[in-house]
Design a protein around this ligand. Structure first.
Ligand code: CUA
Length: 334
């Protein structure tokens, strides 16, 4: 049921159904540009086909070149000036859109209703460091599913992303929310957008970044402010410590899992891989690749390569019992 709903929404990654003002400006520019080049196409093809028809060889004509015409100043001026003016116009409107869409650096303020998140691109997943919301310092980290608040009652709730990379170039692109912005090693880029429509927005890493580039999916969950607050509160907590899965926790902490993964409130403090503190609050695993079900999680722990070939996590050759314990432990991390 849930998955059917997800599949349905998956269809819409079109830039032509914008859900933010920023994406709207980009569509306007795209339509204007398409209209202009459409007209040019029709004019050029029209003249071409007219000439082919009008100056075709007639029955009683002999073969050979027709009379050659050289040099017409007015025509040369016209076909130089017109394209120059068209290009200049396109440069102007594109620059205006760039100005509109370009995120200016914003500093968090008390009561600004704005969300600040640092996004770090990794091969092949997304790290989200929640920095600030409505002037409150946050300081938790999550992965692959970005939650944002929607604006309502005339209150906009802007989202400001600081984009960085942990390894190679990636590109953050959620077509219905905004334009593509690259995540470049050693550089910081900014992206801002806001939406009033709750829902799931899908996107995709848009810069080739290695084997699993195509499976570096983006999922943005936009939810009404109250729901978003509930989500925030839960994410900011330490991990659930359920005594029923104490064995699984011990197994997790005794293995190499802790070198890369973090589970807040435990000794697992790795930062090279997704933070697992609230793993079960996410709908998917492996950056949107498979639904987050017990069997997929089991498969992942057993051999991540079988789901995402090339992923940096190897199969650790744990015993079946250890794998089951770890999975049961992870399943409690709501
Ligand atoms: Cu990350 Cu392509």
């Amino acid at each position: 049921m849930l998955l059917a709903a997800v599949d349905e929404r998956m269809a819409d990654v079109s830039i032509f159904s914008p859900a933010s003002p920023q994406a709207g400006w980009i569509v306007d520019l795209a339509i204007l540009t398409l209209a202009i080049i459409g007209i040019i196409f029709l004019v050029v093809e029209g003249i071409l086909f007219y000439s082919i028809w009008k100056f075709r060889r007639r029955k009683n004509e002999t073969a050979g070149e027709p009379a050659q015409v050289y040099g017409s100043e007015p025509i040369e001026i016209a076909w130089t000036a017109a394209p120059t003016m068209i290009v200049f116009f396109l440069v102007l409107v594109t620059t205006r859109t760039l100005w509109e869409v370009e995120a200016a650096p914003v500093t968090p303020r008390e009561g600004d209703q704005s969300l600040f998140v640092t996004v770090v691109g990794h091969q092949w997943w997304w790290e989200y460091r929640y920095d600030n919301y409505d002037g409150r310092q946050l300081g938790f980290v999550t992965a692959n599913e970005l939650h944002i608040p929607t604006g309502d009652d005339g209150v906009p709730r802007p989202v400001h992303l600081t984009l960085q990379s942990g390894d190679v170039c990636h590109s953050f692109w959620v077509p219905r929310l905004g334009g593509k912005v690259d995540l470049i090693p050693g550089r910081t880029n900014l992206l801002s957008f806001e939406t009033t429509q709750p829902g799931l927005y899908l996107g995709q890493c848009a810069e080739y970044c290695g084997d699993q580039h195509a499976n570096m999916m983006l999922r943005v969950v936009a939810e009404p402010p109250a729901e978003f607050e509930t989500w925030l509160e839960n994410q900011a907590k330490d991990a659930v410590d359920d005594p029923a899965v104490a064995e699984g926790k011990a197994t997790f902490l005794a293995n190499s899992c802790v070198n890369c993964h973090r589970i807040a409130g435990t000794a697992a403090k790795g930062i090279a891989a997704p933070d697992l503190t609230h793993l079960m609050s996410r709908e998917t695993l492996a950056s949107g690749q498979v639904p987050n079900t017990r069997s997929n999680l089991r498969k992942w722990v057993h051999d991540p390569q079988s789901i995402k070939p090339g992923v940096l996590m190897p199969a650790f050759g744990l015993s079946e019992q250890e794998e089951n314990q770890i999975v049961e432990y992870l399943r409690t991390l709501k």
